[in-house]
Design a protein around this ligand. Structure first.
Ligand SMILES: Cc1cc2nc3c(=O)[nH]c(=O)nc-3n(C[C@H](O)[C@H](O)[C@H](O)COP(=O)(O)OP(=O)(O)OC[C@H]3O[C@@H](n4cnc5c(N)ncnc54)[C@H](O)[C@@H]3O)c2cc1C
Length: 314
């Protein structure tokens, strides 16, 4: 079926984000594979429409009531396993792939069970947890260069990975279509044990209400020391850096901001770096809380928190 027939007009995106906060897209389509994605992009290019993407919608805050142009949601599931390599279409769920790896006795994605969203989204933002991240497992990424209209392959060293960052975040013309992950053979019992512990921790710390995960990036010692040397050294003496980072939630918690609410949004009592939608939160409610946190943290600690979530607007 030509992609044109699947394009919907004035489409409400609310239900498609984990925050359950949305806006209406002028045009909307779901792409379940590379071909559908490229067709959708071509359709928008011919019509000279702006193009926006998301996949699992688990790391975005839609800030506009009206989103101009075509919004493409990446979805579906397509993967293959050869030895210790998993190759997957970008829309495939990260947690799904982690589950498959565990089942096959492949080690490397034990940290990823329970993280919502797609493997493509995870590579773009170099998602991670429990001291690991995507950069450690990515062997190759295939991306569609929207401006040039062609597919390009990147080896791990060409992806520009750093903490919650990659070149795909920097260059919005590069859309990840396929990801090859290199895992390693492990002891099934050890892998399962690690997964059990990680999942236990995740359930204990992550709030149940709709959210987009951690709002702010954790703070790296090497960056913090440039902003506030005394603070960085004091926190290091207290042993608060883990893997060279301290959670942004630490500062929010210290300021007694847990439970602070604006409209339908609330700073989680369970995890200070989560803002939850308690029912009818608007994007403005969330942004108000984000600004409040940034202001208070800056005024008390003389440091700047940086958003991990992405603002999705047109
Ligand atoms: C309860 C909860 C727990 C979470 N825990 C963690 C955690 O432990 N660690 C962690 O790192 N994150 C965590 N997150 C955040 C989120 O799940 C991850 O960042 C996830 O990898 C985002 O993937 P997504 O498909 O949902 O991306 P989306 O939210 O759909 O998109 C995010 C951005 O990536 C872009 N994008 C999406 N797919 C592609 C692609 N194929 N190519 C190029 N750009 C693309 C979009 O345009 C958008 O700008 C959590 C979120 C929630 C709600």
């Amino acid at each position: 079926m030509p992609i044109e027939k699947s394009i919907k007009k004035n489409y409400d995106l609310t239900a498609l984000t984990t925050f359950k906060i949305g806006g209406r897209a002028d045009f909307f389509v779901i792409a379940k594979n590379k071909q559908e994605l490229i067709e959708a992009i071509s359709w928008a290019k011919i019509k000279k429409l702006p193009i926006r993407f998301f996949a699992g919608g688990s790391n975005i805050l839609i800030t506009k009531k009206k989103i101009r142009g075509l919004v493409i949601k990446i979805s579906g599931e397509e993967y293959s396993v050869k030895g210790d390599i998993i190759s997957a279409w970008a829309g495939t769920g990260l947690s799904k792939l982690a589950g498959i790896a565990v089942g096959l006795g492949l080690s490397g994605l034990e940290w990823a069970l329970g993280i919502p969203g797609s493997v493509g989204g995870a590579v773009r933002g170099n998602a991670g947890a429990y001291g690991s991240d995507m950069s450690k497992q990515v062997a190759e990424v295939e991306a569609y260069d929207i401006s040039k209209g062609r597919l390009v392959k990147f080896k791990n060293c060409g992806c520009g990975f750093s903490y919650r960052h990659s070149i795909f975040k920097q260059n919005r013309n590069l859309f990840i279509v396929n990801v090859k992950l290199k895992l390693s053979r492990g002891q099934t019992a050890g892998i399962k044990n690690l997964v059990k512990n990680n999942l236990f921790n995740r359930r204990r710390t992550n709030p149940q209400k709709p959210s987009a995960g951690c709002i702010f990036k954790n703070l790296e010692y090497t960056k913090l020391i440039k902003e506030n040397r005394q603070l960085a050294e004091d926190l290091a003496v207290k042993g608060l850096f883990k893997g060279g980072k301290i959670g942004a939630g630490y500062f929010i918690d210290q300021l007694g901001l847990k439970g602070r609410a604006r409209g339908g949004a609330k700073i989680s009592e369970r995890h200070a770096n989560f803002i939850v939608n308690t029912g009818k939160a608007s994007a403005e409610d969330i942004i108000d809380l984000i600004n409040l946190i940034k202001k208070k943290v800056n005024s008390q600690y003389k440091i700047n928190l940086e958003e991990e979530i992405e603002y999705f607007a047109s």
